[in-house]
Design a protein around this ligand. Sequence first.
Ligand code: NAP
Length: 321
Amino acid sequence: MTRSELDVIIVGAGPAGLCAAMYAGRGLLRSVLIERGIPGGELLNTEWIDDYPGFEHVLGRTLAELMAAHAVKFGADIRQDTVESIIKRDDGIFEVATALGQVYEAPAVILTAGGTPTKLEVPGELEYAGRGVSYCAVCDGAFFKGETLAVIGGGDAAVEEADYLTRYGQKVYVIHRRDQFRASKILQERVFANPKIEVLWNKRVREFTGTPAGLQSVELEDTVTGDRFSLAATGAFVFIGFRPNTGLVKQHVDHDPSGYLITDDRMMTSLPGLFAAGDVRSQLTRQITTAVGDATTAAIAVDKYLTDRKSRLASKARVGV
Ligand code: NAP
């Protein structure tokens, strides 16, 4: 097991991690950015992006490559490895242990490990992801102007996003496995009042089917009668839950009821020295723009945190505490 001493360790190389690494590099902080896969995070699961300023229409993977190259240009040290645990020691130093047997040590960590939308795990879901199947209405809704859409789920996210998607779709079906929504009543009322929305109760998705050009239909099964039928739809939005990747931190960190980490206005969590940015953070919306905004704040705040920490330690040493 080898150990490296650093100023800051950044965990996860999506847009937030890459942006934090770029700012850390510009601030001449000794940092590493640890990513288990290829840098890019959720950008790599998105085909086209048209809501990132300055890029009217850009491939997710192209934006990921540009962000990674930009971070590296300013000194980012990206290591491909899987973080297994983050522990803060009594002396205030974090130990970040990885699958390759490394232990990175630093007084600050920026957690940008993102989150994972829950998948239906039915045939065709992966095949049509980015070509009809989506997990983000704000990101992808505009690609489906005038089309027939399906939204899967019955919680707040499904109901709220179904309402949002009627801006684009000519018809939006909400497919729910039971005969009542879990969503709050006020959001439900909006859906029931929206003439473009039709709810299909007691239906389970069996499969997504289509052509090489993209999704064409959603194969459904009635959970009561067992009857099967095919619903024509060129876009399907799955909202059956989202899990932030926060389990790596082995100490208590304040979080909201859904598990997202609560931060102050400097992106610091309740565990001093642990900062959070992007999809792991509790906030109104989760966009590429908000992820890089969080990360900018976090990296600059880390610099200030380290300066304050150094002067605290120096004054303690002077008075011999
Ligand atoms: P959620 O509340 O957990 O709802 C998930 C929905 O997906 C449920 O209706 C569930 O059905 C369904 N589901 C789960 N697994 C499924 C599967 N394998 N196949 C088909 N359906 C499945 O998740 P969420 O809607 O993402 O919300 C997460 C949290 O964020 C909640 O606390 C929510 O209140 C909050 N949120 C709030 C707002 C808002 O206030 N505006 C907006 C979005 C999210 P069952 O009902 O049958 O279990």
